[in-house]
Design a protein around this ligand. Structure first.
Ligand code: G1P
Length: 291
């Protein structure tokens, strides 16, 4: 029987240098898209997919992320006193069950693989999801839920994949493709940030993973890869052949919110998709694009 997926690791130790000065005193994961911080999108998506336990891999200056998921008692009391029911309800709906978030610190920035390894005690013997909050997905069915459906059938590793222009393969983990069944591809190889001429395909891994706990064993080797960092991609590649490994061409559009243009595009796409804001945004956008 496939072990149910209940755990997620959220690597949030990055410095966010691409968004300075906004991120000087604030974690980049607190940047809002419309009115919700990136970290909240990741947590909401994970909860929708059945995740109950979270581990944030943090670093210095990331306290706001932990506070964000706490109960803001003074704020709630003031909202109640002023009869601001809607705002209060919003906060209460998003409140996390007590004890559902744990944090560990990545003391040195040695790469994504190292960040996940820092969560090894939390992972234990269970399958777990990884959500990179920089990657935002606008879809009908939450992206992680789509991956869970594949995991429940295969019981193996599953990553979300999407096509990128050839010249951009050096920005992502790239998949070598085996048998393909509709939107599901068998992963027969993985390379971190290959040059276009060495890339096994133009199918990139985006920041949504479901992995078996065995990956920790390979991360523990602390082998350095691309950029002299401990790469998650390299540890995942070592599992190929031992356990089922699939990529899912998910339904939806991915926005790279670690990049200014991707972040701005997400603001537009997410606000257009909102019934309360979409019509007004569409109307004012016309003033800019026609001039
Ligand atoms: C990380 C992973 C990479 C993946 C990407 C998705 O790269 O190492 O394999 O394709 O996330 O966003 P980073 O963006 O941290 O350089």
């Amino acid at each position: 029987m496939v072990k149910p997926l209940r755990k997620a690791v959220l690597p949030v130790a990055g410095l966010g240098t691409r968004f300075l000065p906004a991120t000087k005193a604030m974690p980049k994961e607190m940047l809002p898209v419309v009115d919700k911080p990136l970290i909240q999108y990741a947590v909401d998506e994970a909860r929708a997919a059945g995740i109950e336990q979270f581990c944030m891999v943090t670093g210095r200056g990331k306290t706001a992320l932990i506070d964000h998921f706490d109960i803001a008692f003074e704020l709630e009391a003031t909202l109640a006193e002023r009869n601001k029911r809607e705002a209060l309800e919003l906060l209460r709906e998003e409140a996390m069950p007590p004890g559902s978030i744990t944090t560990v610190r990545q003391q040195v920035p040695l790469g994504l693989g190292h960040a996940i390894w820092c969560a090894r005690t939390f992972i234990g013997d269970d399958p777990f999801a990884i959500l990179l909050p920089d990657d935002l997905v606008l879809s009908n069915t939450p992206c992680l839920t789509q991956l869970v459906n594949v995991y429940n059938e295969t019981g193996g590793n599953v990553v979300a994949v999407s096509e990128v222009p050839r010249e951009q393969t050096n920005r992502y983990g790239i998949v070598k493709i085996g048998e393909t069944h509709g939107d599901r591809v068998e992963v027969t190889g993985l390379v971190e940030k290959p040059a276009p001429e060495n890339a096994p395909s133009n199918l990139s891994v985006i920041g949504r993973y479901i992995l078996l706990p065995e990956v920790v064993k390979f991360l523990s080797l602390m082998e350095r890869g691309a950029g002299n960092e401990v790469q998650l991609t390299d540890a995942m590649a070592k599992m190929i052949g031992h356990t089922p490994f699939h990529g899912l061409k998910f339904e939806g559009k991915r926005f790279d919110c670690g990049d200014k243009i991707g972040f701005l595009e997400a603001q537009i796409a997410f606000s257009l998709a909102r019934p309360d804001l979409g019509p007004a945004v569409r109307a004012f956008l016309k003033n800019y694009v026609n001039s």
